[in-house]
Design a binder for this molecule. Structure first.
Ligand code: VG1
Ligand code: CO
Length: 548
C-alpha cells in the first residue's frame, strides 16, 4: 500500500558539481533524505523504472538505501539493482547502469570528502547513459525540493543486502548483485591483462603499491592486482573499506595520501597509486616522481594505441575541463584529434561521448577516464598507466615512470601546472573576491595590461555551449590568459559542505626547460594571482590548505 507522508521543503538541496553533499547530520534531519529522493523520483519519472543503487559504503549509506527502497516502491519503480552491502564504486555503478540498460542510478557518496557521523554524505543521480545527470535534470530535482509537500512510500519489509539474489514485493523487485564482477570483466575487455601480468612477473624489481585509502576500491583492487595480475597482497594497503575511511580524508593527492607517498619514497617503490572514497579519482606516483593529473591524461592520450580498447575503437576525440592544463591539447594537435574544453565536472563529457566525439578525457583534480563508462575511473587510470609502462619496457627494458614523463616532455614540452586550494574560507569574502575578478573581466583596460613579465590577452568568466545539445553553462570560473598562453583560473568549489573553497589554478608552458620543479616554474604567476584577486584582503588567508 502506498502511503503519502506530508513533509516540509528544505531550501538547500541544490546539487553541486557532483550531486548533493552535506554533513550527515543535515541528511538526518526529518524528511531531508526522503524529500531529495522523492524529488529524484518525480524528475525521472519513476514509474516502471529500473534504478541502480550503491555507493562507497560511507556512514549513513544503509539508512539512505532503506529510504530509497521504500520511496522507490512508493513511486512505482519496477526494479532496484543494488550492490551487495550497498557497495558500488562510482565507475562500477556507471558500468552497471549501462550494462543493465537501467533508467538511471542513485549513487551514495561524497567522494573524497571525509565520512562518519560528523562528516559528509552525498546523493547523486545518474542518467541512463551511466553519467551524472546534466544540469537540466539537477535543476528539475532542485525545483521539486523547493516546493515538495509529501513523499510517497511503501513499507517494504527489510531486505538483506548482504546476500546476492532477487526479492519481490508485489510488483516491486530488488536485486542484490555482486559489486565487483561486472567491473572487473569490463577492465579485462579494455586492457591486456596477460601483457601487464607478464611484465610484472618478469620484473619483480618493478614494485607496485596501491593505496585504497580505506575506501571503496579496496575489494576491486584486491581482485585486480592480486588475483588477476598476480601481485603479492603486500602490494595493496588500506584495502578494507571503512564507514569513516579510518577517520581519514580519502582524497588521493600529495597531502592526504601521505602514507602512500612516504612508503613509496622509503621503500623505493617503482609505481604507486591511490584512489578516492568512491573510486573515480586516481593519483600516480613513483619514487621521486609525481604524475600531474593534467599530464596523466595527455600521456594516456598520446599512448592510447597500447591499450587494446583504443586500438580497436580508435580515438574519436579528446577533452579536458577548463582549468586542466593544455598538455592534452598539444597531443590532440600533434595527432590530429579533436579537442574539447568543458566546465569542471564529469557531467559535461557525457554528451560528447554519447555522440561518438570523445574517447579520452580528464580533469586536473585527479580524474581521468574514457568512454568505456560515463564517470571518471580511478582503477582504469592505474591500469592504463601500467599498460603504458609495460609497453615502454617492452621497447626499452628498465624504463621508469619518470622516463615516461621525460620522453613525453621531450616531444611536447612541459605544461607546468599547479592548483592551490584555500579550503573552508569565509563564503562572503570569497564571493567578494570573485566579484572583483568579474569586474576585471569586464574592464576595458585589463586586457592588454602588463603584469610582471606577462601581458593579459583575455579575461572572462568561462561559459560553455554544449556542442551536442546547445545548452549553455555560465559562470564556470574566472580565467586570465596571457599572450604566451600562461593562465590563471579562479573558481569556487561546488563539492564542499562547509564554508567556501577557493581554487586557484595556474599553468605555464615551456618547450625546452622541462626539468624545473613545478613550484619554481609557476611562482611568478601565483604572486600575480594573489595580487590581482586580493585574496588575502578578502579571506585573511595567504597560504593554501592543499597544493597540487
Ligand atoms: C571537484 C573537482 C572537479 C570534480 C569534482 C567531483 O569539484 O574540482 O574537477 O569533477 O570535484 O569529483 P569542485 O567543484 O569542488 O572543484 V569527485 O571524485 O568528488 O566525484
Ligand atoms: Co570521487
Amino acid at each position: 500500500m502506498i502511503v503519502k507522508v506530508s513533509t516540509t521543503a528544505y531550501d538547500d538541496q541544490k546539487p553541486g558539481t557532483s550531486g548533493l553533499r552535506k554533513r550527515v547530520k543535515v541528511f538526518q534531519q526529518k524528511g531531508y533524505t526522503e524529500n531529495f529522493i522523492q524529488a529524484i523520483m518525480e524528475s525521472i519519472p519513476a514509474e516502471g523504472a529500473t534504478l541502480v543503487v550503491g555507493g562507497d559504503g560511507r556512514y549513513y549509506s544503509k539508512d539512505a538505501i532503506n529510504i530509497i527502497i521504500k520511496i522507490a516502491a512508493g513511486n512505482k519503480v519496477s526494479k532496484l539493482i543494488i550492490g551487495q552491502n550497498g557497495i558500488l564504486s562510482t565507475p562500477a555503478a556507471s558500468n552497471l547502469i549501462r550494462k543493465r540498460k537501467a533508467t538511471g542510478g542513485i549513487l551514495l557518496t561524497a567522494s573524497h570528502n571525509p565520512g562518519g557521523p560528523k562528516y559528509d554524505f552525498g546523493i547523486k543521480y545518474n542518467i541512463g547513459n551511466g553519467g551524472p545527470a546534466p544540469e537540466a535534470v539537477t535543476e528539475k530535482i532542485f525545483a521539486v525540493t523547493k516546493s515538495i509537500t509529501e513523499y510517497k512510500m511503501v513499507d517494504v519489509p527489510e531486505i538483506d543486502l548482504s546476500t546476492v539474489g532477487i526479492t519481490k514485493h508485489n510488483d516491486f523487485q530488488v536485486e542484490v548483485v555482486d559489486s565487483i564482477v561486472d567491473y572487473v570483466q569490463l577492465m579485462k575487455e579494455i586492457f591486456d591483462f596477460s601483457a601487464i601480468k607478464a611484465f610484472l612477473t618478469a620484473n619483480p624489481d618493478f614494485t607496485v603499491l596501491f593505496d585504497a585509502m580505506h575506501a571503496v576500491t579496496g575489494p576491486y583492487a584486491k581482485r585486480i592486482f592480486v588475483e588477476e595480475l598476480g601481485l603479492p597482497e603486500s602490494s595493496i594497503i588500506n584495502f578494507v573499506p571503512k564507514e569513516d575511511f579510518n577517520a581519514g580524508h580519502p582524497d588521493p593527492n600529495l597531502t592526504y595520501a601521505h602514507e602512500l607517498v612516504e612508503l613509496v619514497e622509503k621503500n623505493n617503490i617503482s609505481f604507486g597509486a591511490a584512489s578516492d572514497g568512491d573510486g573515480d579519482r586516481n593519483m600516480i606516483i613513483g619514487k621521486g616522481t609525481f604524475v600531474n593529473p593534467s599530464d596523466s591524461v595527455a600521456i594516456i592520450a598520446a599512448n592510447a594505441q597500447v591499450i587494446p580498447y583504443f586500438a580497436k575503437t580508435g580515438v574519436k576525440g579528446l577533452a579536458r575541463s577548463m582549468p586542466t592544463s593544455s598538455a592534452i591539447d598539444l597531443v590532440a594537435k600533434a595527432k590530429g584529434f579533436k579537442i574539447y574544453e568543458v566546465p569542471t565536472g564529469w557531467k559535461f563529457f557525457g554528451n560528447l561521448m554519447d555522440a561518438n566525439q570523445l574517447s579520452i578525457c580528464g580533469e586536473e583534480s585527479f580524474g581521468t577516464g574514457s568512454d568505456h563508462i560515463r564517470e571518471k575511473d580511478g582503477l582504469w587510470a592505474v591500469l592504463a598507466w601500467l599498460s603504458i609502462v609495460a609497453h615502454a619496457n617492452s621497447v626499452k627494458p628498465g624504463t621508469s615512470l619518470q622516463d615516461v614523463l621525460n620522453q613525453h616532455y621531450s616531444v611536447y614540452g612541459r605544461n607546468y601546472f599547479s592548483r592551490y586550494d584555500f579550503e573552508e574560507v569565509d563564503g562572503i569574502g570569497a564571493g567578494k573576491m570573485m566579484d572583483l575578478l568579474r569586474t576585471l573581466s569586464t574592464s576595458s583596460t585589463f586586457v592588454g595590461s602588463q603584469l610582471g613579465d606577462y601581458t593579459v590577452a583575455l579575461c572572462d568568466d568561462f561559459s560553455y555551449v554544449d556542442p551536442i545539445d546547445s545548452s549553455v553553462s555560465k559562470n564556470q570560473g574566472l580565467r586570465v590568459i596571457f599572450t604566451d598562453g600562461s593562465r590563471i583560473v579562479f573558481r569556487l568549489s561546488g563539492t564542499g559542505s562547509q564554508g567556501a573553497t577557493i581554487r586557484l589554478y595556474v599553468e605555464k608552458y615551456s618547450k625546452d626547460e622541462t626539468d624545473k620543479t613545478t613550484q619554481d616554474a609557476i611562482q611568478d604567476l601565483i604572486a600575480i594571482a594573489l595580487h590581482i584577486s586580493r585574496l588575502k584582503e578578502f579571506t585573511g588567508r595567504e597560504t593554501p590548505t592543499v597544493i597540487t
